[in-house]
Design a binder for this molecule. Sequence first.
Ligand SMILES: *[C@@H]1O[C@H](CO)[C@@H](O)[C@H](O)[C@H]1NC(C)=O
Ligand SMILES: *[C@@H]1O[C@H](CO)[C@@H](O)[C@H](O)[C@H]1NC(C)=O
Ligand SMILES: *[C@@H]1O[C@H](CO)[C@@H](O)[C@H](O)[C@H]1NC(C)=O
Length: 238
Amino acid sequence: MSPPPPSLVVLPLLLLLLFAAVSPAAANATATAAAGAGASPPVPTPWPEQFHALMFTNLTASGGRLELIDLYYDWPGGRNLNLIRDQLSGDPLYDVEWTNGTSYFFDSGSCHSTLFPVGLLPPDWLAAGAVYLGREHVDGFDCHLWTKVDFVWYYEEVATGRPVRWNFFNGMQQHVMSFEVGGVLEDSMWQAPAYCFNGGNADTANVAADRSGSVDVMNSLTRFAGAPAAAAAASFDQ
Ligand SMILES: *[C@@H]1O[C@H](CO)[C@@H](O)[C@H](O)[C@H]1NC(C)=O
Ligand SMILES: *[C@@H]1O[C@H](CO)[C@@H](O)[C@H](O)[C@H]1NC(C)=O
Ligand SMILES: *[C@@H]1O[C@H](CO)[C@@H](O)[C@H](O)[C@H]1NC(C)=O
């Protein structure tokens, strides 16, 4: 078989060059057309202003254990509470966060308080700056998935808009077992005990702070996930 004439060898190269020159614009035109046709990403459902969620929490990937956490979110009340039960531990840990920046962590015998420079997470915290990653089947539910500043991955059920699961950068996974809109905890349960206000219990403070790996991360979610990344980083450095 004789070699093909030079013009036929050159033609595929020319086509390749042409394709390479044209394709980015062509891809852009396709993307623009898709967006124009209504393919813009879905918007996350804002949290209700008050809710109670029971969360099965798995910290084993970050060296911790399993926990059950009752989350009481109370935006009009300017407060948020995590009631944390470690597996096979009888003494629950309370993490009470006030919108003025004060957080109290206490169990039956110790207390620790911290001042954060940012308030509580607003109900629409996910809307600003979240990146939509598409649909995923998780925990048996058809979900939309968003991520925010590579800090949290948030799964929301497509059919109902309820949160199903959220995962954190440190490996902590939270599965929402119940989600009760309007669920509030009686006022007396929010009150930090007297030993939070003694001022002289530095040692017991460390016991409470070290007891649960989820405390810092949960506080980070409700304090920082709504704040700009730079503000969050500055706060962690303090
Ligand atoms: C594609 O479009 C975006 C914004 O619409 C623009 O910033 C980018 O330069 C475009 N890329 C090409 C290769 O035309
Ligand atoms: C907890 O998470 C680890 C790491 O992802 C996983 O291997 C394990 O099966 C999980 N355990 C439970 C009880 O969900
Ligand atoms: C914030 O509010 C809580 C609850 O009312 C209170 O205990 C705490 O002292 C306040 N913190 C500041 C810095 O005012």
